[in-house]
Design a protein around this ligand. Structure first.
Ligand code: NAD
Length: 687
């Protein structure tokens, strides 16, 4: 037996302890240890049954994904489960913390499951581009039925112990000591096996299976793993379990080595690492018990909702009673709609309401451990607000600004404690979007930054650390991308063609539809502000300015890159826009040419990669993979493509060098190409 698994004896019951910190991930060593322990159970006549339990605070929270890039080593998980099932003595899984993926499949291979009250179970494999490969698709439907299994597996649904008990996936909830309860359960079972493999699959009605499949395919964007999971689950109605298990395993192996699964694993690790920064090693996050948000506008109320739903007592402060009232009303309406949609219980919503305090009195800020400012985007206003915060906040409180483009150092300079000032850049809608940039000002203390990252995690965000540069990481990458898309329109592509090509690649929306949605005037004002300092030689596409001058500010004015008419389905292509574009091409002396969808997607991605290499060289991004986390979680980049850095690494240095030479040539004067060294750094794996 290896050190990762050991066997203790409790009378006639073997307690097999899985000890692979921090999350008891299922690895080769764990599987070897389990095999040896089951063999002991089988051959030792003094033992009548066993309990499988995790050391520390969890059962097996998932498989060790690092092993998934190579051929899997023996024994593989199906063999471990087969050993448990073929052993004549009962095995009880004692679950606490998380029993996910392979961990839950192992539990489903046991004769019974006993769970501590807060346990979370589920099969999230599909979200990683694979399917459960150790019987999950075959055993789960035998308990919950085919339609429900499709819903659970395809969405990677996680279930709490009580819900799992009601669904029959857990046999008992341990009100007291988990291990003792599981041992007692195993003793009661002695001499009996009750394997899920021996159960008949409940008869399913075709309509509900078809409905569950269609809904899963739609929600899962028709990704291959969703279809494979449906195939494996529905097969349970037709084939015996051994054939079903063999077919499931074959599908799993095929998907495991697919490009999509490897891209999703890349994103998984990038997200896991984004909140742990080597440059913050040793930093200690402050305890944050109370949060205050200043400004109850679009962002302030969204941030308030996120904080309330994460369990923080929250103070919402305004300068304006009517704005405060509107913000509070938005929060109430949101909570009510969540209850109506079955996403939140009435009790939870009431608890959120109970934690909300609204105020016009700045003195109330004194009790907050974290203050998040979300007032108008104007430096003078923000500096004044920070002066007022500084006067009342308690020493050591972290003071954060949600600014999108202002200089954090200039904001921090308005206080007597710039070391406590950080940026927390949320994305709209702030209670929905996962991305949160944590901005490091020149004086920001590591502890304050670590606090921002820790709060981000509690808010269920993907926090990414960024330097204090114009646009931080996300908006700067996005600006480079949008600019390149404007170049392509000037050169001959229509906006709808660019949007369609990028949407077909997997982006949630194309750049011109996005521009219409957020309003063309924001970027217009910004270009006007920068006009004096712009390099007069640099290529400048006049199309968006012309649209704004014509009053086409996007959806809110009924027209932008597209026309929006009441009753019409979404954006309409508008000949008037084509006219503006033709005119601009003429003035720029451009002879329009055809751009293929491949070129459009490649140039858009290359523009992002080029800017990412520059951000890394400037130290704004500390890690290349953070770029992928930013794009996927804040800008609708398809997760299954891994992110632009993943894409670039796959394309390889040689092809990219050629791509960049062409990109620079096509982009014309003013385009700043990343140096070969910077590009090399971006491509270097392992960071
Ligand atoms: P908003 O206009 O909807 O809300 C701003 C609120 O701040 C208003 O309710 C206003 O009454 C209040 N306010 C203004 N001055 C104040 C003061 N001195 N004291 C207290 N309250 C004051 O604006 P928003 O869209 O929520 O943006 C807020 C901040 O968030 C800006 O810095 C913006 O750049 C940033 N941001 C916005 C978005 C977005 O998509 N809207 C995204 C990311 C970041």
């Amino acid at each position: 037996m290896t050190a990762r698994v050991h066997l203790e004896r409790d009378g006639t019951i073997a307690v097999i302890v899985i000890d692979n910190p921090p999350i008891n991930a299922g690895s080769t060593a764990v599987r070897q240890g389990l095999m040896a322990a089951i063999e002991t159970l089988r051959t030792d006549d003094t033992l009548q049954g066993a309990v499988l339990i995790g050391a520390g605070n969890t059962f097996i929270a998932g498989s060790d994904l690092r092993e998934f890039d190579q051929p899997l080593s023996e024994p593989q998980l199906p063999a471990v489960i087969a050993a448990i099932e073929s052993c004549a003595k009962p095995v009880v899984a004692a679950l606490h913390g998380a029993a996910l993926g392979g961990g839950f499949e192992l539990a489903l291979g046991c004769d019974a499951r006993v769970a501590a009250p807060h346990t979370m179970v589920g099969l999230p494999e599909v979200t990683l581009g694979i399917i459960p490969g150790a019987g999950g698709t075959q055993r789960l439907p035998r308990v919950v039925g085919i339609a429900r299994a499709i819903r659970m597996i395809c969405a990677g649904e996680r279930m709490r112990a009580q819900a799992a008990l009601e669904a029959g996936l857990v046999d008992e909830i341990a009100s007291g000591d988990l291990r003792a309860t599981a041992v007692a359960h195993a003793q009661r079972l002695a001499g009996r096996k009750q394997r899920l493999r021996d159960r008949a699959v409940p008869t399913a009605d075709d309509a509900s299976v078809a409905q569950a499949s269609a809904a899963a395919l739609k929600a899962g964007q028709r990704r291959p793993a969703v279809q494979a999971a449906i195939d494996a689950i529905t097969a349970t109605a037709r084939v015996n379990i051994d054939d079903g298990l063999a077919d499931e395993r074959a599908l799993f192996q095929q998907l495991r080595v697919s490009r999509e699964a490897s891209a999703l694993r890349h994103q998984f690790f990038a997200e896991r690492d984004s909140a742990r920064h080597p440059s913050l090693d040793g930093a200690v996050p402050h305890a944050v018990e109370r949060v205050a948000v200043i400004g109850a506008g679009t962002m302030g109320s969204g941030i308030a909702i996120a904080a309330l739903e994460a369990g923080y007592p929250l103070l919402l402060l305004e300068q304006d009673a009517a704005a405060l009232e509107r913000g509070a009303a938005r929060i109430h309406a949101h909570l009510a709609s969540r209850v109506q949609g079955g996403k939140l219980s009435a009790t939870e919503a009431a608890a959120c309401e109970g934690r909300l305090q609204t105020s016009l009195d700045w003195g109330d800020l004194a009790r907050a451990d974290l203050v998040i400012e979300a007032v108008f985007e104007a430096l003078g206003v923000k500096q004044q607000v920070f002066q007022r915060i500084d006067a009342v906040a308690r020493p050591g409180a972290v003071l954060a600004s949600n600014t999108s483009y202002l200089d954090l150092d200039a904001i921090a300079a308005a206080t007597s404690r710039p070391q406590d000032v950080i940026g927390l850049h949320f994305f709209s809608p702030a209670n929905v979007m996962r991305l949160m940039e944590v901005v490091r000002g020149k004086a920001s203390a590591p502890d304050a930054l670590a606090t921002g990252l820790a709060v981000g995690k509690r808010l269920k965000k993907r926090p990414v650390l960024t330097g204090n540069a114009f646009g931080f990481i996300g908006n700067r990458l996005y600006a480079a991308y949008r600019r390149q898309c404007e170049f392509m329109v000037e050169e001959g592509a229509w906006p709808e063609q660019v949007d369609a090509a990028l949407q077909a690649f997997g982006l949630a929306m194309g750049p011109f539809a996005v521009a219409d949605l957020s309003g063309l005037d924001i970027a217009w004002r910004m270009r006007q502000a920068q006009a004096a300092t712009r390099d007069p030689q640099a290529r400048y596409v006049h199309i968006p300015d012309r649209l704004c001058e014509a009053g086409r500010l996007g959806r809110k004015t009924g027209a932008g890159y597209y026309r929006y008419t009441e009753g019409a389905q979404g954006p309409q292509v508008d000949e008037a826009v084509h006219q503006v574009i033709r005119q601009c091409r003429l003035e720029a002396a451009v002879t329009p040419r055809h751009l293929g969808d491949d070129e459009i997607v490649r140039r858009a991605l290359l523009a992002i990669v080029n800017e990412a290499a520059r951000l890394l060289a400037e130290g704004v991004a500390e890690r290349a993979t953070d770029v992928d986390v930013v794009l996927v979680n804040g800008y609708g980049f398809p997760r299954w493509e891994g992110g632009p850095v993943f894409w670039a690494r796959e394309r390889g240095a040689v092809a990219l060098q050629q791509d960049f030479a062409r990109l620079a040539r096509l982009s014309g004067p003013g385009f700043v190409a990343a140096s070969p060294d910077d590009l090399h750094r971006l491509l270097a794996t392992g960071n």
